[in-house]
Design a protein around this ligand. Structure first.
Ligand code: DGP
Length: 114
């Protein structure tokens, strides 16, 4: 989608600090990091939000999480741990309407989240 910022990042039209790229997913550092390590994993295919997923997307979402875990390990987070976050919609503060998985680590994270 031409007007989607994450589609444009996936297409290479907007620069990012990439940490992983393959046929289906791109991972890059968050512009506004909330932890010493904070990256996003997105599917190249445009999906606006969790609410748009169907059963046909189960494999995509599973591989999204496996990819995120592998990148987290590559960045040294496997031993100390990390958190996955997917914000969906207004109440969860989703600001970019392209499905993205936040991976946060590198410090002790508080719980419950705000
Ligand atoms: P969310 O609130 O879940 O929609 O988070 C969107 C995140 O995307 C937010 O933490 C900031 C990040 N972000 C927004 N625009 C850009 C961008 O152009 N580049 C990068 N690297 N991150 C971005």
């Amino acid at each position: 989608m031409a007007d989607c910022i994450f589609c444009r990042i996936a297409a290479g039209d907007i620069p990012c600090r990439e940490v992983h790229a393959d046929t289906d997913f791109v991972a890059f550092r968050d512009l506004n990091p909330q932890a010493p390590v904070h990256f996003l994993v997105i599917p190249r295919r445009h999906v606006a939000a969790l609410t748009d997923l169907t059963g046909a997307d189960a494999d995509l979402v599973g591989r999204l999480q496996v990819t995120a875990a592998q990148v987290a390990a590559k960045l040294g987070l496997a031993e100390t741990g990390y958190r996955f976050v997917i914000n969906c919609g207004r109440d969860a503060c989703q600001t970019v309407p392209h499905l993205h998985l936040h991976v946060l680590g590198g410090r002790a994270l508080g719980w419950p989240p705000g």
